[in-house]
Design a protein around this ligand. Structure first.
Ligand SMILES: [Zn+2]
Length: 535
């Protein structure tokens, strides 16, 4: 069986994505997760380029890895200098790692236009740098930057760079599609040409500018590369790097290449989400394999097919990558979706019973009023619970009042005007009715504060719940400020996220409904500890 080496560069190339900034602690946590996933090589960063990466490599010494080796990244020596005195190479040699990757030019135009040196000097730079690191007893991978573009313009020179690196002792020659614009058939031709001139193992490092990074990587594997570089969630410069969250299951489940174990593969979804949370990015619901919608089914026809045969509308069993099948409830759905969804929640509604029919009618009615449950499964789950005759809500709203005021301040103060919001709330918990008031930086925030103030007295653990995202959508734009608005709220307790929905012609009421659902849902999940609201 073909042996493939996975090489992750989330911590170096992935961190180049606009909006990502990993702290040293983030990087250490991510490295541990990648070890759990069974990635043999983790590129930790470029210690020669910034002090944060130096700190990372020094702190990483205390980590224990079961599956991974850390790799330090850097570039070849500068033109017309000696490798022995090159600061960057010295830092790499002293980074405390066993494996080093060095990037060098392999495109004629990049050498003459960007590096501004001669083609021969570039070859010497590659050879000297590799020999220097190799002499320290380290494993060395050579990243041939712009290899595919260089190969197209001057194949002879691009291949000479590879031969030079191989002769200097490189352990792997990684062919880079640095600008990400190469097509899969061009990858195949260039990889085959490289195989023709050296026996040193080859690798692939693809970027996604033509949305082909995954396809190009698989084409390179087919053409004989051994090392596969990529990032979790495809994070990276510009449009990103090759996405390991797609490549790994493609290799394992479609190409029968055992790059990680089954148990490791089953952690893929969790690790993908963990790393996006650490990057402070919302996990992409539509990512293949690991997205929350990757195995979601909305059409009633599909759902009825799935109920008969689980493979009828999905390409793999989602549990293999740690994901799960979801059935989405919407006004398009039939009774079967409702039954399926209820079953998922552990509630068996009899298929011919009145409850399922009633629930479907209610969903349709609420959807006609602007609610939408596609993306608000927590609110749907509450609907199912509320349909049960013995349902006891953890709290109930009696009424509320919100005041929004614009105040003028004395002329001596900096901001002459300020907006104040205050909410007064009456809530029933068990047999008690509690009045509270709270201020907030807006009416919804004031309501949230007041509701929490009440509920925290009964359910102190509610302090873990925070609002992650708040979205307002106008449903009938033509009516202007009188139109129906839908509010979607995403909440988290640090472990799980859930979404709730509210809809009204009044934005505050819509927000209230989504907010109250969010807290009610969480309290319900905590049962039985919260079921006795102050007995
Ligand atoms: Zn790159």
């Amino acid at each position: 069986m073909l042996k493939i080496q996975l090489y992750d560069t989330t911590l170096r190339d992935g961190a180049q994505r606009v909006g990502i900034s990993f702290s040293v602690v983030d990087k250490l946590h991510i490295a541990q997760k990648l070890d759990e996933l069974g990635i043999p090589f983790i590129e930790g960063g470029w210690p020669g380029s910034n002090p944060k990466d130096v700190e990372f490599f020094s702190k990483a010494q205390s980590l224990t890895f079961n599956n991974s080796l850390l790799v330090a990244f850097g570039s070849t020596r500068r033109p017309k200098t000696k490798a022995e005195t090159d600061d960057n190479l010295l830092t790499l040699a002293n980074a405390g790692v066993k494996v080093v990757t060095i990037v060098g030019k392999s495109s004629e135009l990049q050498v003459t236009q960007v590096l501004e040196t001669t083609l021969d000097e570039n070859l010497s730079m590659i050879a000297d740098s590799i020999r220097f690191i190799k002499a320290k007893g380290l494993t060395i991978f050579f990243d041939a930057e712009h290899f595919f573009d260089g190969f197209k313009a001057n194949p002879g020179y691009a291949l000479r760079c590879l031969v030079t690196a191989a002769e200097a002792g490189a352990d792997c020659l990684v062919l880079c599609d640095t600008n990400g614009g190469t097509l899969p058939n061009e990858i195949t031709i260039a990889v085959e040409a490289a195989r023709g001139i050296t026996n040193v193992p080859l690798g692939i490092h693809a970027h996604n500018d033509g949305e082909l990074a995954v396809a190009n990587t698989l084409a390179a594997v087919k053409a004989g590369v051994i090392q596969v570089q990529g990032t979790i969630n495809g994070y990276g410069e510009r449009c990103g790097n090759a996405n390991l969250c797609s490549i790994i299951p493609d290799l394992k489940l479609k190409m029968d290449i055992d790059c990680i174990t089954d148990e490791q593969l089953a952690k893929l979804t969790e690790i993908s989400h963990y790393i996006s949370e650490t990057a402070n990015l919302i996990p992409d619901a539509f990512s293949p394999y690991v997205g929350s919608s990757a195995f979601s089914h909305k059409g009633g026809f599909h759902v009825s097919g799935l109920a008969k045969w689980s493979e009828s509308y999905q390409h793999i069993d989602p549990t293999r990558v740690g994901n799960q099948q979801r059935v989405v409830v919407s006004e398009l759905s039939g009774k079967r979706n409702i039954l399926y969804k209820a079953k998922e929640m552990g509630l068996d509604l009899p298929p011919r019973g009145r409850e399922a029919q009633k629930l479907l009618e209610q969903v349709k009615l609420l959807e006609s009023r602007g609610f939408q449950y596609d993306n608000a499964a927590a609110s749907f789950e509450l609907l199912v619970h509320r349909a049960k005759p013995d349902y006891q809500p953890p709290f109930e709203l009696v009424d509320f009042m919100v005041v929004v005021e614009r105040r003028r301040r004395p002329p001596t103060q900096k901001n002459l005007e300020e907006m104040l919001s205050e909410a007064m709330l009456k809530v029933r918990v068990g047999t008690e009715v509690i009045h509270t008031a709270a201020e907030g930086n807006g009416p919804v925030n004031a309501l949230d504060q007041a509701l929490r103030k009440t509920l925290l007295q009964f359910y102190p653990s509610l302090a873990q719940v925070r609002l992650v995202d708040y979205k307002v959508r106008i449903l009938e734009e033509s009516i202007g400020t009188e139109s129906q608005v839908r509010v979607l709220i995403e909440s988290s307790d640090g472990v799980e996220e859930w979404r709730t929905v509210g809809s009204s012609t009044n934005i505050i009421e819509a927000s209230w409904l989504a907010l109250a659902d969010s807290l009610e849902y969480w309290l319900l999940k905590q049962k039985p500890s919260n079921s006795l609201a102050k007995s």
